[in-house]
Design a protein around this ligand. Structure first.
Ligand SMILES: [Zn+2]
Ligand SMILES: [Zn+2]
Length: 152
């Protein structure tokens, strides 16, 4: 499945009888257009630029609702803030353990992840979440620079 655009998602919601206020549309648009996997705070900051009166509560309520409607995903990472993902296609993530950056990468085909061992649990598996953890190139470069001050 291809990543659906803001316009497609909005049309989909409309056909399901869901109406979004301009503020909520703005949040959806931002998430559909960014590749950054922002936190709620980052979304709040971004949307505030256009709607100075928007509250953090509205942002949280909207994110909750959009998640319920299945047009965005919430990615939670233990003690880090949740990230929000407007990419509704099946994909995996590369996560930087230093700066928290999250990047979309293609998923291996579902068939390669299925196994008789998994079937033995008897679950009707609908989806899965695949994430690779490591250090992004920028953080690696910073580590090297820190370790070798003469390189600066
Ligand atoms: Zn990083
Ligand atoms: Zn993603």
């Amino acid at each position: 499945m291809q990543r659906s655009s803001f316009t497609e998602s909005l049309a989909d919601l409309k056909s399901r009888g869901v109406r979004l206020t301009p503020q909520r549309q703005m949040i959806l648009r931002y998430l559909k257009e960014t590749h950054e996997h922002p936190t709620a705070e980052q979304i709040f900051h971004q949307v505030s630029l256009e709607f100075s009166g928007i509250s953090m509560a509205t942002v949280y309520n909207t994110l909750h609702r959009l998640k319920e409607l299945g047009v965005i995903r919430e990615l939670s990472y233990g003690d880090m803030s949740s990230r929000y993902d407007g990419n509704d296609s099946e994909h995996a993530h590369l996560v930087c353990e230093t700066c928290g950056k999250v990047v979309d990468v293609p998923c291996p085909p579902k068939a390669t992840l299925e196994s008789p061992e998994l079937d033995a649990y008897g679950y009707a598996v609908g989806s899965y979440r695949l994430e690779f953890y490591g250090i992004c190139p920028k953080c690696q470069a910073e580590e090297i620079a820190k370790g070798n001050p003469e390189l600066n």
